[in-house]
Design a protein around this ligand. Structure first.
Ligand SMILES: C[S@@+](CC[C@H](N)C(=O)[O-])C[C@H]1O[C@@H](n2cnc3c(N)ncnc32)[C@H](O)[C@@H]1O
Length: 267
């Protein structure tokens, strides 16, 4: 598949119509005044481990108040809102899926945090930002959709200030046995690019990163974003029930290896 076709297929995999309305309805917040950040966190963390994984990545990424952060592949902005509201950061959020970008911006307004976060549509492999713009580049479960990891990692390095940190979570390939699709990030292997942990570290080194390390706690099976068996996965749709189970089983039997990585641009 060409890059354009991959991008289109990835955006089609994630995009859903009337997403903001669906979320408000699912959370019983038809009156938007009832919407809170903690209620939203039940549905806006689109990665294994949910809010807990975000909190753990905050710890290992050495975040300080006032940092300027790029959320690369921001989904509907769950991590961006956490980084802004809890960690005191300003956040640029970029994502390939227009529906996610629109919903992310709408939710920011509804919870009153839009002054700290900007959203835009774009690709992590061609970032529309100046060199050395960010203290931290943050990316959760986006790399599995990226065929061109050298471009993603080189772009992350380019937009980081000297000494800045690239922090991301990834599900890497494990024992080499075939995965059962669909997975949460892809309906088929055509838009799934996992590499092994060693290959991920090699790509980071080739892009110019230093001090790359993996903080993932063993091979514990990843819970699904809404808990183990959500009744209605509002953002990803009912397909998520099968997707999540396929991912969980693959972690349990070693076909997938969860990674939580930090790497640094030299000072
Ligand atoms: C599993 S979701 C994770 C979203 C968010 N990081 C989170 O954890 O809540 C993967 C996201 O990566 C985005 N994505 C995939 N390929 C991308 C690319 N080339 N550039 C920007 N975003 C991309 C998708 O649109 C989707 O929102």
């Amino acid at each position: 598949m060409s890059k354009i076709n991959i991008d289109q297929a990835v955006a089609a995999h994630y995009g859903r119509s009337e997403l903001t309305e669906r979320i408000l309805k699912a959370l019983g917040a038809g009156n938007a005044g009832l919407l809170t950040l903690s209620a939203l966190a039940q549905v806006d963390q689109l990665h294994h481990g949910g809010l807990g994984l975000t909190e753990r990545l905050v710890q290992v990424a050495e975040i300080e108040r006032g940092m300027h952060v790029l959320d690369a592949g921001s989904g509907i902005g769950g991590a961006a809102r956490h980084l802004a509201s809890v960690c005191g950061c300003t956040v640029e959020a970029i994502d390939l899926t227009p529906e996610f970008v629109n919903t992310g911006a709408e939710l920011d307004v509804l919870v009153g945090i839009s002054e700290s976060i900007s959203h835009r549509v774009g690709s992590v492999t061609e970032l529309p930002y100046e060199h050395s713009s960010f203290d931290l580049v943050w990316s959760q479960n986006v790399t599995m959709n990226i065929a061109d990891k050298p471009s993603m990692f080189e772009e992350a390095l380019r937009v980081l200030r000297p000494g800045g940190v690239f922090a991301f979570t990834h599900l890497a390939g494990g024992n080499g046995e075939a995965l059962d699709y669909p997975m949460p990030w892809a309906g088929s292997a055509e838009t799934s690019f996992l590499e092994t942990p060693d290959e991920i570290f090699e790509a980071l080194k080739n892009a110019g990163f230093e001090k790359a390390s993996n903080h993932a706690p063993g091979n514990s099976p990843p819970p699904m974003p809404l808990g183990d068996d959500p009744d209605e996965p509002v953002v990803m749709g009912n397909a998520m029930l099968v997707q999540g189970r396929n991912a969980k089983n693959a972690v349990i039997d070693g076909r997938l290896v969860p990674m939580m990585v930090t790497a640094r641009r030299s000072a």
